[in-house]
Design a protein around this ligand. Sequence first.
Ligand code: MG
Length: 212
Amino acid sequence: MADGMWTRGERIVLRYRNRGRISWATPVRVVEDSPACVALYTAAETPQKRAMQLDGAPIPRALSYEERHALPWRLGDAVWRENAVLMLTRPGAAHSFWAFWRGADWVFLNWYVNLQAPLRRTSIGFDSEDHLLDVVVGPDRSWAWKDEDEFAAAQRIGRFTVDEAAAVRAAGEEAIRTIERRAWPLDAGWEAWRPDPAWATPSLRDGWDAGA
Ligand code: MG
């Protein structure tokens, strides 16, 4: 780290919190850390920590949001899926544009907007919090809300106040305007980005659960 910013190629930890508890932690490579953009790369098959049931079983997607929310959970070992992802976030923004590629030949799959708390710097990387609602972007740059039902359920059980939910929706609408204008990062050629071949898939460093 230099001047409070991370250096390209550094291996840091990105964590998402759920009501204060770390619910997802993944090692990422720093692609860019500047006043304009925080770009973080997660390779396919990256080992990480994810929320799971106390016995280590995955939390079933078939359960309703209310049922999943009520389950006791802990962090356990998991592996990021088969797709590489580059997460592009404007400092202070409550959304992050994620680009996905598949396979060794880097077939570009799609853009996805994760609505989330603005990235907060920690001593080991960045923390955020997932806001449940997302925006998926089609190959033709069409868009659609995703997980509106979960977002509505989260409001019913009080995870978001009315004002917080409105702010999440507004962050999504800002992202949609970006998509419709084909503005950054959709205009910046990121689809052709490739990682430095010298970057081995990182593991989670010691102390991934410490630091604030
Ligand atoms: Mg999300």
